[in-house]
Every structure is written in structure tokens, then in C-alpha cells.
Write a new protein. Structure first.
Length: 155
């Protein structure tokens, strides 16, 4: 009979410890959420930096950097050199936004409340298709949530 009492005492201690740990985890959930938000922001910032560094290595300026007069002259030289497709490549390079910028603009637009892809597109100037794709990716990543009409920041 003493063994049964010892086992029940051990079980009670274990249950008490489990309850204590669960309470501590609830208190730290806010920190976990903030950590995930910070990691996400850091990833977007690092992506933007990588985009700018890569653009510099390719001899062009990133889309959001201030433009100097040297870059258009260099682009004109490349086009006049007769390289096939050089003009098309210059146009595509200028049209690209730095990594994470579309997501940042989308998040900024959603701060005012739920919006559809076309509403976000009009507010940010990003193409509707690009906004739609961005919203889908961000929803899958848990950065935003589907709303009754459109998308919203998570509660």
C-alpha cells in the first residue's frame, strides 16, 4: 500500500510542475510573438540590403536609391554598344523593387484596417497581381489574416 501512496504523491508533484510550466509558457507567449515579428522584420531588412548590394555589383543602382547622372550615361553607352537586349534589361532592372518593399507597403496599407487586393494596389501603386500574390504569401506565412472582406493584420 505504501507504493501506491508514493506513486500518487509523485504523480501529484509532476502534475503541479506541469501546471507551473504551462503558466510560465502563457506568460512568455507575448515574448514569442514579438520575437517572431522581429525575426520577420529582420529577414525583410536583410533581403533589402542583399538586393542593394547585388544591384551595386551588377553596376546599377537599386530602384529606391537616389539617381545620379552617371547611371543613365552608362546605360546609354551599353545600349549604343549594340549589346543584344541591353535596353530591355535596363528597363526590367529599373522596374524591380527591393526585396521586401512590396510586403512593407502592404503591411503599411493594412494598418488602416481590412482591405482587398485592389484597394491596396490603388493605395500603394503596386500592381494588383503583385499585391494578390504578396497577400497570398503573407497569409501562408501568418503575417496577415483573411478578413470577412479582403485581408487584415492578425488580431
Amino acid at each position: 500500500m505504501a507504493n501506491i501512496l508514493d506513486v500518487s504523491a509523485i504523480t501529484a508533484r509532476i502534475k503541479a510542475r506541469v501546471t507551473q510550466i504551462e503558466e510560465q509558457l502563457k506568460q512568455h507567449q507575448d515574448l514569442t510573438d514579438e520575437l517572431e515579428r522581429l525575426r520577420s522584420a529582420l529577414a525583410r531588412l536583410e533581403g533589402e540590403v542583399r538586393s542593394r548590394v547585388t544591384a551595386g555589383r551588377r553596376g546599377r543602382q537599386p530602384a529606391s536609391a537616389p539617381k545620379s547622372t552617371a547611371a543613365p550615361k552608362a546605360a546609354a553607352k551599353r545600349r549604343s554598344a549594340g549589346a543584344p537586349g541591353a535596353a530591355g534589361e535596363a528597363k526590367r532592372a529599373a522596374a524591380r523593387t527591393p526585396r521586401g518593399q512590396n510586403q512593407a507597403k502592404t503591411l503599411e496599407a493594412l494598418k488602416d484596417g481590412p482591405k482587398t487586393a485592389s484597394e491596396i494596389s490603388k493605395q500603394t501603386g503596386i500592381g494588383t497581381g503583385t499585391v494578390s500574390t504578396t497577400l497570398t504569401k503573407m497569409t501562408k506565412a501568418g503575417e496577415i489574416a483573411k478578413a470577412e472582406r479582403g485581408y487584415a493584420l492578425p488580431q
